[in-house]
Design a protein around this ligand. Sequence first.
Ligand code: AMP
Ligand code: GLY
Length: 417
Amino acid sequence: MKVLVVGKGGREHAIALAISKSPQVDQLYCAPGNPGMSNIATLVPIQDHEITKLVNFAKEEKIDLTVVGPEASLALGIVDEFEKAGLTIFGPNKQATQIESSKEFAKKIMKKYHVPTASYESFSSFASADEYLKQTSYPKVIKFNGLAAGKGVIIAKTYDEARQAIMDIFIQKVFGEGNIIIEEYLEGPEFSLMAFVGDKKVYPMVLAQDHKRAFDHDLGPNTGGMGAYSPVDFITDEDVQYAVEKIMKPTILGLEEEGIHYQGVLYGGLMKTKDGIKVIEFNARFGDPETEVVLPRLTSDIVSIFMGIATHQHQFSVQWSPLKTVGVVLASKGYPGYYESGYLIEGLDQVDAVIYHMGTKELNHQYYTNGGRVLFLVSQGENMDEAIDKVYHEIEKIHCENLYYRKDIAYQVRSQK
Ligand code: AMP
Ligand code: GLY
């Protein structure tokens, strides 16, 4: 079988690695992929937004299955175009992707189908939002109603902060054209529940948690994620069952009710509040970096799952290893703000851990930094402490003058703090 993975980050590296282990796969391609994948996949120089080129490539190469990583490709309608061309692809179509690409759409579905989430109001002008903000209580959460690369969420503690946020959005148009929703502020630990979804069926994956802040003790600016771990022991089996039955399934059935068929991964960004589990956000794809710690625990053949869902067969099993998994991001100094690239990375060949590349380039068989988040190291252990100690032991072997990492990933689940 020939399989194509679309995307180039750590998430796609993890998807590609899982696919490469399937006995069904003869040839694996990744477009555009990253240099760390070149030992498991053939890299194809087509970017993830070049949908027509990707369709043509898949037709010419007779690709049997395509798996999409990034939300941007999904929001552009890559699945619709592949399906029109008669190609098998795993991922939601453009309409279904709105569960991520439009916060308002997601909220409307949740409200209509009684999926627990923060209460909200929508606003399409500065004046109407400002009016509301003057008389509401704080904190409030302001969300840009579109894809904003993780930056479109502002937690405003005061009216002044909220006003600044709506000025940025409506007057400065920092995220482009669009409206906003203003949400009730929720409190509690967050976790990620991803599920394989197709034909109204929901197959939950094991839980993960990511660390969004740049520095130790969850301080500093928000990032795309500085580390992650799986499982998340402070979330009970009953919590998971509740999340599957009262959140994931009603959302999928609600979408079907609206005439929208969902196949692919549904990612629930969930919070355990004092009033129960609530949805913070949905994503229409594998999470990054959660995928990098979840997929190493999958013991079933991922290609059977992807194919089963994409072809409506559902003859597969979804089994998980009990091993604890911890992953730590090595990021360029300065990230998520200004950073420099092009620094030599040494010692990678000494590392006894899974290394996912997030932002590297290769020159004369040497790797250099080439992005904000550069590498993601993942280790497993019988218990969390072992997995944590292992990943931090291995990370010491990497030498690069411009990289930093958090020292406290998975601290919530460590037995010795
Ligand atoms: P999102 O992009 O929607 O996941 O939001 C990014 C982060 O903002 C989340 O991971 C939460 O930590 C925080 N957040 C979003 N919505 C809320 C909310 N209603 N209450 C509290 N925190 C929130
Ligand atoms: N880790 C959060 C996300 O993938 O959006």
